[in-house]
Design a protein around this ligand. Structure first.
Ligand code: ADE
Ligand code: ZN
Length: 340
């Protein structure tokens, strides 16, 4: 399969961390003293990390560069350039605003800067996008509530579309975050939550019970529990699957051990994502290529995953209709290119 076709494919990517997706170009622009070797060693995580905690240690370089208005703006613009290159037509980009206040910018201003820059990029590139604000597992109740209230404040007439919890699922319990998610439910704020990545199916159950998310970030270890799979299907809870990242953080030994093919075949709604373009050192087209090479995926899989992701997105229905037409046009017109 010719990779140039993969780049042309219109794609929906719902699970993408802003602070883990800095290209070498933007890093060099923000700090010209950083050479490629330094970038490789500090902004790209090792191909095989010990675990999620080990992987997350590599986020520091990007976060350090995103403590100023210029840093935040340039990183957003850089990500849109990366998305445009491989025809991502809709992306939900996430970040934790409270990680960007060390340089003296208030959390509200951080969100405003990112939202304004994203809006400019949306109109200059034609890519539709939403921003999800994350609380982090190691945050306390107050920080989590502060983050969800930022979503509440910015969600009207803005590109801010939802709330998430990220960081180390295996290292910290969910207790400090129950109130924030209760608040999100009460205010009808769309919710996703990282779970079933560094911990097993029981973590997905717990997340569903206390956070009532419409989607799960990763959720790949749901495959360990048939009842959970049935539940996800019944409730139409979408899994934002990021296969290369899961292999890198050592949830699975190799790409061929990843359950994405079984999840897809089970009938669960799954989408394909990178999670972190620089940390994982992968593009979305690379993910698609690995799925073709490893599991024999083709036209019908990518069409279906993109439609699933679009349905599960936090977009308004009218916007979903426009993007669904874009997907339909491409996939139907070009089905001839795909040999199943
Ligand atoms: N932040 C960035 N990537 C992540 C992942 N895979 N899991 C949890 N938090 C993250
Ligand atoms: Zn993630």
């Amino acid at each position: 399969m010719d990779k140039s076709i993969l780049q042309l494919l219109p794609k929906i990517e719902l699970h993408l961390h802003l602070d883990c997706s800095l290209s070498y170009d933007v890093v060099k622009k923000l700090n010209p003293q950083i050479n490629y070797t330094h970038y490789k060693n500090n902004f790209i995580a090792p191909e095989k990390c010990l675990n999620l905690g080990d992987f997350l240690r590599c986020t520091n370089g990007g976060i350090d560069l995103m403590q100023t208005e210029v840093g935040l703006k340039e990183v957003v613009k850089d990500l849109f350039v990366q998305l445009k290159k491989e025809n991502v037509i809709y992306s939900e980009i996430r970040f934790a605003p409270l990680q960007h206040i060390n340089g003296g910018i208030a959390a509200e201003e951080v969100v405003q800067i990112v939202a304004d820059t994203a809006k400019e990029c949306i109109s200059s590139t034609g890519i539709k996008a939403g921003i999800i604000l994350c609380t982090l597992r190691h945050y306390n109740e107050e920080q989590s509530l502060q983050t969800v209230k930022l979503v509440e404040k910015f969600i009207k007439n803005s590109v801010i579309v939802g709330f998430d919890i990220a960081a180390n699922e295996a290292g910290f319990p969910i207790d400090s975050h129950k109130k924030a998610f209760e608040y999100a439910v009460k205010k009808d704020i769309p919710r996703t939550a990282h779970a079933g990545e560094a911990k097993g199916a029981e973590s997905v159950w717990e997340t569903i019970k206390y956070f009532s998310p419409q989607r799960i970030g990763h959720g790949v270890r749901s495959i360990e529990d048939d009842t959970l799979i049935e539940y996800l299907i019944k409730k139409n809870i979408h899994l934002e699957v990021c296969p290369s990242c899961n292999v890198q953080i050592n949830v699975f030994d190799n790409f061929s051990d990843h359950p994405i093919n079984n999840l897809y075949n089970s009938g669960v709604s799954v989408g394909i994502n990178t999670d972190a373009r620089s940390l994982v050192n992968v593009s979305l087209s690379d993910e698609y290529l690995k799925l073709i090479e490893t599991f024999g995926w083709g036209y019908k899989h990518f069409y279906s995953c993109n439609k699933n992701a679009l349905s599960a997105s936090f977009l308004e229905d009218s916007d979903k209709t426009i993007l669904r037409e874009k997907l339909d046009t491409f996939f139907v017109q070009n089905s001839i290119l795909w040999q199943e």
